[in-house]
Design a protein around this ligand. Structure first.
Ligand code: PGA
Length: 253
């Protein structure tokens, strides 16, 4: 569907791991060891670690961001962090609608869409996560389920620059389980997702990056990103060790 593939994005979802000191030390090592690469690297760190990550990453060429954001702009929302606050510390990306937030924090598609809109309004790039659970996959309903979730999670979402929107397809059964979808599974869903993007954003669909996530590691990252519609990966477990991140960049070189 696209003449040329958009720049690949390797997004590192640290989840609730690494204290600010650990995150800063990791970012410093990355800054020292970052190889020349065509791949865009983004570290999605715990919010409290972002200022230190920003300082230590400086000059590395890697981007950073958060794992969640408030749907509200400001005000009486105790405990929440706004998109403007993330933008102010230099964040570029923010994950919205990760399956762990949907499952453990009751986030609905409506909330996810509101968070994506809030991120874009503040100049952040939302990484909107969608994906089926095992029952939908086993019933052969994974494509319909995921596309319905995608449409609902993009309600009212608009942008001028298509590189500001990122979609991550993460089948829940493949997250943290060591069970990876095949590259054919990833491409099947990425192509279907791009079809929906083409309906919603006819001029921009080819430039929106669609990532795959779920047990991606140095051994499989190249294969999983092989499909023409897969533009990167969202990596959890294998993003915690610098060696394995450098291994993924080497595999993609
Ligand atoms: P995983 O996590 O790589 O550990 O499967 C991916 C994610 O949850 O984003």
């Amino acid at each position: 569907m696209t003449a040329s593939k958009p720049r690949a994005l390797l997004a590192l979802n640290w989840k609730m791991n690494k204290t600010p000191s650990e995150a800063g030390a990791w970012a410093k090592s990355l800054q020292e060891e970052m190889p020349p690469t065509d791949v865009e690297l983004a570290i999605l760190a715990p919010a409290v670690a972002l200022p230190l990550v920003a300082a230590e990453l400086y000059g590395s060429g890697a981007a950073f961001g958060a794992q969640d954001v408030s749907a509200h702009a400001s005000g009486a929302y105790t405990g929440e962090i706004s998109a403007a606050m993330l933008a102010d510390v230099g964040a570029t990306y923010v994950i919205v609608g990760h399956s762990e937030r949907r499952e453990y924090h009751g986030e609905t598609d409506e909330v996810v869409a509101a968070k994506a809109r809030a991120a874009l309004t503040a100049g952040l790039r939302p990484i909107v996560c969608v994906g089926e659970r095992l029952p939908e996959r086993e019933a052969g309903r994974h494509v319909t389920y995921t596309l319905d979730q995608l449409r609902a999670s993009l309600t009212g979402v608009s942008f001028t620059d298509p590189t500001t929107l990122v979609i991550a397809y993460e089948p829940v059964w493949a997250i943290g389980t060591g069970r990876t979808a095949t590259s054919a599974d990833a491409e099947e869903m990425a192509a279907a997702i791009r079809g929906v993007l083409a309906e919603l954003y006819p001029d921009a669909a080819g430039s929106v990056r669609v990532l795959y996530g779920g047990s991606v590691k140095p051994d499989n990252v190249r294969e999983i990103m092989d499909g023409p519609n897969v533009n990167g990966a969202l990596v959890g477990g294998a993003s915690l060790q610098l060696g394995s991140v450098l291994g993924m960049l080497a595999a993609l070189a």
